[in-house]
Design a binder for this molecule. Sequence first.
Ligand code: IMP
Length: 431
Amino acid sequence: MSESERPSGCTVIVGCQWGDEGKGKIVDVLAEDVDIIARYQGGANAGHTVHVGDEEFVLHQIPSGILHRGKRCLLGNGVVLDIVQFFEEYHALQARGVDLEGRIGVSERAHLLLPYHRLLDKADECQATRKIGTTGRGIGPAYESKAGRSGVRVADLANPSRLQELVAAGVEHAERRLAALGQEYSSELQGAVDDALSLGEALQALAADTGLEIMQALRSDKAVLLEGAQGTALDLDHGTYPFVTSSNTTAAAAATGVGIGPTAISRVIGVVKAYTTRVGNGPLPSAFDEEMDKHVRELGGEFGATTGRPRRCGWFDAVLARYSARVNGLTGLAVTKLDVLDTLPEISIVTGYRIGADVVEEFPADTWSLGTVEPVLETVPGWEASTCDARRLEDLPSAARHYLDRIQELTGAPVEMISVGTKRSQIIRSV
Ligand code: IMP
């Protein structure tokens, strides 16, 4: 691509299902043509898998764009930063030869996720009668501290006495809550917090005003990618509450989560897998029966990148995807893992949910009713041929093209990218 053809403006990449849609791969492909890649929410609960040559990288907090030499990668204010895990990932990348010098910035306004948040997450899950099935990374409690106005921010690292006061209050609060939950908490908690904070100076060296940096880049006609974690159905407001994560995953949160205005965003690409998966608890209306679930899980390698948990699998859910297209204001879709369906003789799409005598075509707010709906299926022929080597739409079997056309018609968002394998090169760009 010549310099004059390079895109400028700000693009959001957002998951449109329950996470694990393959956003890391799409970000990795698009990162080539941008200047800055920024994460806007979530924390170490995310697991973005990227394949470069024969190497596999699993990134939890550092944006997937880091694997492109010279690109600047930011963690916005909307992220909850696990400082210990962040530096583990940082040093692991360095050990594999990735040059990080001057390439990573962390918002001064980002909140720190400290060891007590993890303990609280595990304790809450352990005693809950209705378990969410969290990743155990402390995400909920860290966002609780933030919303409760008792969080510790990167900016606080510059003021040792304020930091000490905030952290002492955090530890005390955690100890009280752990005791109330009847959980043993180890006397090593304070030590773990001290260890985390010993990395504070190194983190301060990366502190940045992410909103300012992004706006300056956009004003100089540079291109920026805002990388979402998890997916729309896990959004705190728009997902299957309470079986959600504790942040807003949807595209509008990208502006808040890095510190720019919504008018600065020019493009929103929604990522959907060619089928659906879910890890953690909560309803999955398009779920397969047991045998098919196992079959597709094996075909797609559907095990969590963060926790290794098996993902539940189901058909493509067009009700959810259409809802996601609306709440995210999608300008385009990226369909991933099309190749996983290559061997199936027939493929179904969920076009509605039957509730009693009614067929509902809009995603219901009542999560409990979602658990009892009967999916309305439209079945189309499979293509029973490999799509792995396709690089243009014309290379795809006609049944695969028809399947993508149906996804486009049913969601109302144009399919712009199709991923047909884990490698960077295994991508079809239709615009
Ligand atoms: P938490 O984000 O760890 O609090 O987990 C809340 C819910 O979101 C659980 O159902 C998790 O399995 C799910 N979740 C969190 N992060 C991811 C992800 O990156 N991919 C898929 N599911 C996730």
